[in-house]
Design a protein around this ligand. Sequence first.
Ligand code: GLN
Length: 228
Amino acid sequence: ATVVGVLALQGAFAEHFAILSRLASSKNIQPLLVRTPSDLAQCKALIIPGGESTTIALLARLAGLLEPLRAFVTEKPVWGTCAGAILLAESVEGAKKGGQELLGGVDIKVGRNGWGPQVESFEAALVVNGLKDSATPFKGVFIRAPVVLSITPSASRPPIKIIAQLPSSLVPIHSEPPEGVDSSNEPDPRTIVALRQGQHLVTTFHPELTKDDRFHEYFLRACVLGSE
Ligand code: GLN
C-alpha cells in the first residue's frame, strides 16, 4: 500500500485521517499521522491540514520537521488545506522577513484571513473540475480562509491549473485588485479556491470537514497515484 501522511501537529488532521482511512482499501493506501522526521520518511505523499499556519510552522520547527518538509515538497505530492495552503505558498502578504515561516513549493502569493473577521466563515457550493460526479457541487467550508492574491509561475515548475473558483460576488475584503495584479488578467486570482501545480494541490477551504470524500479521492487519483 502507498503510505499517505497527514501532518498531525495541530489543526484538523484527525478529519483528514478518517477520510483517508475510509478510502484506504479501495485505493490501496495506508494513512499515517506524521509527527516526526522518521514518520515523514515513510510517506509517498502528504496532506497538511487547516489550523493555524504560524502554529503549525512553529511546531514543525520544534519537531525538526521544517527542513525535511521543505525537501519533501520538492519531491513528492503535497495537498495543503487552508492553513496548509498558506504553508505551501511561496509568499504571504504582509509577512516580514524573518516572520512567518513557509514551506513554499506552489507559485502563489496568499493573504491570510482574506474574508476578514466580519464574515470569517461561510459555505459555498463549488463546481470542481476533475472531481467524480463533477456536476454535483462540492460544499466548500471556508473558515478564516486565505485568499489567493497572485499567481507567478516560475519557469522551473509546471503550470498552475485552476480547479475551483468562487463567483466574483464572493470576492473578499480586498475591494481593489491586489497591488501588482493586472486587473485585465483573467481570472481575478481572488476567486480561485482550489488549484494544482504539478503534483501539488491547494484548497483554501476544508474538504475534510464534509462527509464528501470526492476531494480526497481526487488527490489520491490525480496527484498521488498518477492515473488521471
Ligand atoms: N487563518 C488561519 C491561518 O492563517 C487558517 C485558518 C484555517 O486553516 N481554517 O493560518
